[in-house]
Design a protein around this ligand. Structure first.
Ligand code: AKG
Length: 221
């Protein structure tokens, strides 16, 4: 079973969730960006574990469909977080209710790979290429200054685009099966990103974006 838990709990991340930038020296690809950092690691987790994990996503996750312009979106979402996390995005308030055990196991692995603590994850299901995610930044105040976000993809390859807020420069890459993209530094404050709509011939895809959300942030405002 997919249950060999790495010894991540012994790492000391402090209380900020911040990563040590030297972790990314082992990531073979970077995107040439000003005002932010993007690192890519393909074949990020063992193929056998990735296959089991995808099977789990297909069978055990209950997908929610946000309503956009009065209609449910094709893209399904699920959200998991520690109990002390409250995340507000897209007009919704999400309260942490704990973790699916296999998603939690994956969190441990990514914490080790990235050298950063994560306490929430948004899981996205794109049933085919017509499901999309519009331009946005992950810059909610509870994510803090310069958040590190680890985005792991499974299934069909999709184009990931970034657009600079001031210059309008667009940079893109392909996120293929088992590809880990890490967004770090000031990226979220200067760039937006999107998964553009494609044709229905493109198959199913899953994506998990692990974040560190300041605990009890909204209670203290
Ligand atoms: O599906 C993706 O690769 C992007 C997900 C994303 O942008 C997000 O969850 O904020």
């Amino acid at each position: 079973m997919f249950d060999e838990r790495p010894q991540q709990r012994s790492l000391d991340f402090g209380d900020s969730g911040r990563s040590d930038p030297s972790h990314y020296l082992s990531f073979p690809e970077t995107l040439p960006l000003q005002d932010g950092e993007v690192f890519l690691l393909r074949n990020a987790i063992e193929a056998e574990h990735a296959a089991r994990f995808v099977q789990h996503l297909k069978t055990a996750i209950k997908w929610q469909h946000e309503v956009y312009r009065g209609r449910p979106t094709l893209r399904g979402t699920a959200w998991f977080a520690d109990q002390d996390v409250e995340y507000r995005y897209s007009g919704q308030t999400m309260i942490g209710g704990g973790w699916d055990s296999m998603v939690d196991n994956l969190r441990d692995r990514l914490q080790l790979l990235c050298g950063v603590q994560f306490n929430s994850v948004l899981v996205n299901h794109y049933p085919d290429g017509t499901a999309q995610m519009g331009w946005h930044s992950d810059d909610e105040p509870e994510l803090g200054q310069n958040p590190t976000i680890a985005s792991l993809s499974f299934g069909a390859a999709r184009t990931f685009k970034l657009r600079h807020n001031v210059s309008g420069e667009v940079v893109q890459c392909t996120l293929d099966d088992n590809c880990l993209l890490v967004m770090a530094g000031a990226l979220q404050h200067h760039w937006q990103h999107t998964i553009p709509r494609r044709t229905s011939k493109i198959g199913e895809r899953f994506n998990l974006t692990f974040r560190y959300t300041k605990p009890n942030f909204w209670n203290s405002q």
